[in-house]
Design a protein around this ligand. Structure first.
Ligand code: SAM
Length: 281
């Protein structure tokens, strides 16, 4: 294959090296330089395929300067590939600024498509995928995360989220509270790797499963949530008791009651009584 004076956006495996494509290998071997999110990790991947193309570092903290350097190389007639740590660059990964800059300089950007956790998870979750919404990472702070989930409560398309393992449980609890305990969802963990796990169930059941098995709080995780089934504008009918039961662990009764009152419009007194009953059982 002939390598052009262009920036190639090259997808790399999520975990299983066998998922690298032939065109990706030829591109990585043929370009003058590879811009990589983590050059050491890139070196390990390239070493597995005996590729010795030099790497330069392009990550979220140096993207502006590194992109300008890449553009200068392209203007000098070189070819460059961009790779991220895993999967497709720019999908919750650096590269957006670089692509814009290269295009603004009148130079070509060529995709070499391949693995992405987004499409891999959608392909096995068993949730509707004719239309979906990719939300990437939720805000890490609890209040901002819940606010974002509340904005998505009535979204009818399947929702796809990336999540860090140390936040999986709190995110599932918030999803249960906001979307309702019975909303169907799926977790796709460690895709293409040894401990690959895919499970679809109600949000309530998934939360209990993850809470009861610390192995499920490790590795790389995609959460997918079935879209809302009600017509837009219609209020979701939730099982208030189940909602409260999902909110109580890890929160004071007062906090859980306040949250449930905000979410359902139910009277605080009634919710408080219900919370005490739940705590007693
Ligand atoms: N660019 C990548 C892609 O195309 O999927 C995503 C990069 S993003 C920084 C990393 C997140 O992707 C992880 O936190 C996880 O949510 C998801 N992810 C990456 N590899 C995964 C895997 N093997 N199994 C499940 N999720 C994965």
């Amino acid at each position: 294959m002939s390598i052009l004076n262009a920036l190639y956006i090259v997808a790399t495996p999520l975990g299983n090296p066998g998922d690298i494509g032939r065109r990706a290998l030829e591109t990585l071997a043929g370009v003058d330089v590879i811009a990589a999110e983590d050059t050491r990790r890139a070196g390990r991947l390239l070493g597995q395929f005996n590729i010795s193309t030099p790497c330069l570092s392009l990550h979220e903290h140096n993207e502006a300067q590194a992109s300008a350097r890449v553009v200068r190389r392209l203007q000098a007639g070189q070819s460059v590939a961009l790779i991220s740590d895993a999967g497709t660059p720019l999908i919750s990964d650096p590269g957006y600024e670089l692509v814009r800059l290269v295009q603004a300089a009148g130079l070509r950007v060529i995709p070499v498509p391949g693995p992405s956790a987004l499409t891999a998870a959608l392909s096995v979750a068993g949730l509707p995928n004719d239309r979906f919404v990719f939300e990437g990472f939720l805000p890490p702070r609890p209040a901002a995360r819940r606010a974002r989930l509340e904005q998505l409560q009535g979204e009818p398309r399947t929702l796809v989220f990336y999540e860090a393992p140390h936040r999986i449980l709190e995110t599932l609890r918030d999803m249960t509270a906001v979307f309702g305990p019975q909303r169907e969802a799926a977790i796709a963990r460690e895709l293409t790797k040894t401990f690959e796990t895919v499970r679809r169930d109600s949000l309530e059941a998934l939360t209990a499963w993850v809470a009861g098995d610390s192995d499920q709080q490790r590795g790389e995780i995609v959460i997918l949530v079935h879209g809302a089934s009600q017509a837009p504008g219609e209020t979701a009918r939730v099982d208030i008791r189940a909602l409260l039961a999902a909110l109580l662990p890890g929160r004071s009764t007062r906090e859980a009651v306040a949250l449930a009152a905000d979410l359902t419009g139910e009277k605080r007194n009634r919710l408080y009584e219900m919370a005490l009953e739940i705590r007693e059982t």
